[in-house]
Design a protein around this ligand. Structure first.
Ligand SMILES: Cc1cc2nc3c(=O)[nH]c(=O)nc-3n(C[C@H](O)[C@H](O)[C@H](O)COP(=O)(O)O)c2cc1C
Length: 382
């Protein structure tokens, strides 16, 4: 199968699986412990049923909308993903460019493999920066300052990672400290030549460039930094820390990693402009509720005061419509464009967005809705 024959996000996942060594694919694809939440994220969407309207003129549909007060051509946002360069050198930029081409916001991770400044310089669309709050407060504040100086529109503070999740595929594959590439990794390079050549051509294992200098590291190489990044996180970050960040940043602030209505209301009181329901793609607390199932209670508690974004398990355009109908402003995607970029760089990320946006428009038509304003709770069968 090549890119032109891919019909859905699962096909892109399969292309990525074939191109990447197992250690990299599993890092992208896997979840925590028994992967219950990883699976639930998907099944939560699959359980929801539409009650489609008919006999409506849907010759023309328009999926554009407002997200966080700015325009977006589709109800989609790119979620922050760390370590993308392990799959495709410069993959962060490839996805940012694809997002710009499709007119949707892109979120750059703290653990990105392309710098805050380079993405701002080379990608033209709406850019958000995701922040991990680290023990080293000065370092954390400098990241915020760099994002502001580079013109990022919003700061996305991730609050569901006081400690790294227990991802057992990574343990089985030896993706842990101390990582010493051995014969298995050499063999993986021979068996996956396209991946190996691209990594060698890019100068070896990529760096988490924005973390250069953290904990005295001159080079923030992907493996050792990623596996120790959980230890760098400030587990004492709480209300006070969020209020402080809100003062420091001053721009639009999004709190990512919320599952409870009460926490969403607290984030709103502390200065958040939006809440992002997420369980980190099933990579943190296994057994955590899926964002889609948490959505109705949060949307009701906020009563339209703040926009709500959700992520986790969005693999179909119809999932974004279901999220809208249940009260979200937009659905965010982590792995879909990651699989695309890991399979074929920018062309693969674009293909992921082409598939999803086509499915969104088709779903709108089939539901009898011309615009997203016509997508409401009545579209969901009770
Ligand atoms: C490989 C990988 C790395 C991730 N890195 C980050 C990160 O650096 N910061 C963050 O807030 N979330 C991170 N996430 C979580 C995503 O932002 C998002 O919540 C999740 O991927 C959504 O689920 P989905 O992959 O099913 O779309 C990561 C997810 C994956 C798969």
């Amino acid at each position: 199968m090549d890119l032109s024959r891919t019909a859905n996000i699962d096909d892109l996942r399969e292309l990525a699986r074939r191109r990447l060594p197992k250690i990299v694919f599993d890092f992208f694809d896997g979840g925590a412990e028994d992967e219950v939440t990883l699976r639930d994220n998907r099944t939560a969407f699959q359980r929801v049923r539409f009650a489609p309207g008919v006999l409506r003129d849907v010759a023309k549909v328009d999926a554009s909308t407002e997200i966080l007060g700015g325009p977006s051509k589709h109800p989609l946002v790119i979620a922050p993903v760390g370590g993308i360069g392990m799959g495709w050198p410069g993959g962060d930029l490839a996805i940012a460019r694809a997002a710009a081409a499709y007119g949707i916001p892109f979120t750059l991770s703290t653990a990105a493999t392309v710098s805050i400044e380079e993405v701002a310089e080379k990608a033209s669309g709406r850019l958000w920066f995701q922040l991990y709050v680290l023990h080293d407060r000065e370092f954390t504040d400098r990241l915020v300052e760099r994002a502001r100086a580079a013109g990022y529109e919003a700061l996305v503070v991730t609050v569901d990672l006081p400690v790294g999740g227990k991802r057992e595929r990574d343990t089985h594959n030896g993706l842990a400290l101390p990582f010493r590439p051995g014969w298995r990794e050499l063999l993986a390079g021979i068996v996956h030549p396209s991946w190996a050549l691209s990594v060698v051509a890019a100068g070896g294992i990529p760096e988490l460039v924005n973390l250069r200098g953290l904990a005295g590291r001159q080079r923030a190489d992907m493996i050792s930094t990623a596996s120790s990044v959980g230890q760098q996180h400030d587990a004492s970050f709480d209300d006070n820390g969020l209020a402080r960040l809100s003062d420091l940043w001053k721009g639009k602030l999004i709190v990512k990693g919320i599952s409870r209505a009460e926490d969403a209301e607290r984030a709103a009181r502390l200065g958040a402009d939006a809440v992002w329901l997420s369980n980190h793609g099933g990579r943190q607390l296994d057994g955590a509720i899926s964002a889609l199932e948490a959505l109705p209670a949060v949307a009701a508690a906020l009563g339209g005061k703040l926009p709500v974004l959700i992520d986790g398990g969005v693999r179909r355009g119809a999932d974004a419509i279901k999220a809208r109908a249940l009260g979200a402003q937009a659905a965010a995607i982590g792995r879909p464009t990651l699989y695309g970029a890991a399979a074929a760089g920018e062309a693969g990320a674009r293909r992921a967005l082409e598939i999803l946006t086509d499915e969104i428009e088709r779903t709108l038509r089939l539901c009898g809705a011309r615009t997203l304003a016509e997508v409401g709770p009545d579209l969901i069968a009770s």
